[in-house]
Write a protein that binds this ligand. Structure first.
Ligand code: HGY
Ligand code: MN
Ligand code: MN
Length: 397
């Protein structure tokens, strides 16, 4: 139900950006479901929604279960909300059974994971992990709306930070966003870690001119240069023949008219690999190649690093508990790495992390065709319930 207005900012395809009306409407709906599941609900200073289900010892470090409510443009319905809903369902099952774990469980719906509105990503989980600088909040979206004007409480934002030691573990269930589980006929898998990411904004500057009167040999066409760079980026990533992936996913052309030679292009560059050193080596080669192309074409190149997320391994003990939970439900154990980024990679600096992947139809994600079977979600919920009990056993052992 969260896939359409008022929970989407666009009527033709899902887009729910941090702090927009659709985001606030979705928060309200999820808050209602959290309350129905027996949780005390609040909005934290970073505009994350948090539901708390009390445990036997209110002062014991909590288990945090989360994922994100924001989406990319043209999103599917499962990337983010699935993990939140499974957390709520798990608490609902505990509550209906009258079961209290030795520690409180909090379900958190993070606000800005995708970075699809502001030039930053995972702002709200970085606030919770306590790894965010005040300066990172001085940002504005493409329409010039600052984070503060969008409704974020900048003065108190960093107070969303959880004290070290207050979170015993962070758990996130997520659609796999890849083809591995489906190819192997498996409903769920245990994530071993998340690939390292680099994200840049690249700016190519040339000279705008009249499309009818600027001779071909007198042009400094920023878009033609950017096009050559984008093909070179694809080529360099392909040639690495590894898990390395590089993507140009957004591009803006100025002035952006059919009868004007493009004077400026801004494009995004996203580079990932399970190995940080490989990611850095290829990113450096890409930027050098872009410099060469710019030089040959008489263009200027500038780039800004928007984020640098190291590879993030999941916790060994928690992976074992998840594997045991999958096996106890009668399913084969499968471990796999995540190429996609998740709030878990930020939360890893605060607490041990665990992630459970659910089978993704056709491996398709960041696309309206994204699909998870209800039967797989049921299996995931059963696995999560076992996992919670194993964590409870661990806590009392
Ligand atoms: O970009 C990512 O990997 C994620 O979907 N946020
Ligand atoms: Mn996601
Ligand atoms: Mn995503």
């Amino acid at each position: 139900m969260l896939g359409v207005p008022p929970y989407s900012d666009t009527a033709d395809g899902l887009y729910r950006a941090y702090l927009t009306p659709a985001y606030c409407a979705a928060q309200e709906a999820v808050a209602g479901w959290m309350a129905e599941a027996g949780m005390a609900v609040r909005r934290d200073p970073a505009a994350n929604l948090v539901g708390r289900y009390e445990g036997g010892d209110p002062s014991a470090p909590i288990l945090l279960i989360g994922s994100h409510l924001d989406s990319v443009r043209g999103a599917g319905r499962y990337d983010g909300p699935l993990g939140i809903m499974l957390g709520i369902e798990a608490v609902d099952a505990l509550c209906r059974a009258g079961r209290r774990l030795p520690f409180a469980v909090e379900v958190i719906a993070f606000g800005d994971e995708e970075g699809s509105r502001f030039p930053a990503a995972m702002l709200s989980s970085r606030a919770v992990a306590g790894t965010l600088d005040r300066a990172a909040l001085d940002i504005a979206d493409a329409d010039g709306v600052t984070l503060a004007a969008a409704g974020a409480d900048i003065a108190h934002y960093l107070e969303a930070a959880r004290p070290p030691g207050s979170v015993r573990a962070y758990f996130e269930a997520h659609i796999e966003q890849g083809p591995v589980l489906e190819a192997e006929g498996l409903a769920v898998g245990t994530v071993t870690g998340i690939a390292a990411q680099l994200r840049y904004r690249v700016t190519v500057s040339g000279t705008a001119g009249h499309a009818g009167t600027t001779a071909m040999d007198l042009r400094s066409d920023a878009l033609a240069g950017a096009a050559e760079m984008i093909c070179a980026i694809e080529n360099l990533a392909q040639r690495d023949q590894s898990d390395l992936v590089a993507t140009v996913g957004a591009i803006e052309v100025a002035p952006g008219a059919a009868n004007v030679v493009p004077g400026r292009v801004d494009f995004s560059l996203d580079v990932r690999s399970g190995k940080g050193s490989r990611r850095d080596r290829v990113a450096a080669a890409i930027l050098e190649c872009c410099e060469d192309i710019a030089r040959h074409r008489g263009l200027r190149l500038a780039y800004e690093l928007l984020h640098d997320l190291p590879a993030s391994p999941c916790d060994g003990r928690l992976m074992d508990l998840l594997d045991e939970s999958v096996a106890a439900e009668g399913f084969p154990v499968r471990r796999l790495v995540s190429g996609a980024g998740h709030d878990a990679m930020i939360m890893a600096s605060l607490a041990p992390t665990a992630m459970l992947f659910l089978r993704c139809a056709g491996g398709v994600s960041h696309n309206p065709a994204e699909q998870v079977d209800a039967a797989d979600a049921d299996i995931a919920l059963r696995v999560i319930m076992r996992f919670l009990e194993k964590m409870a056993d661990d806590a009392t052992a």
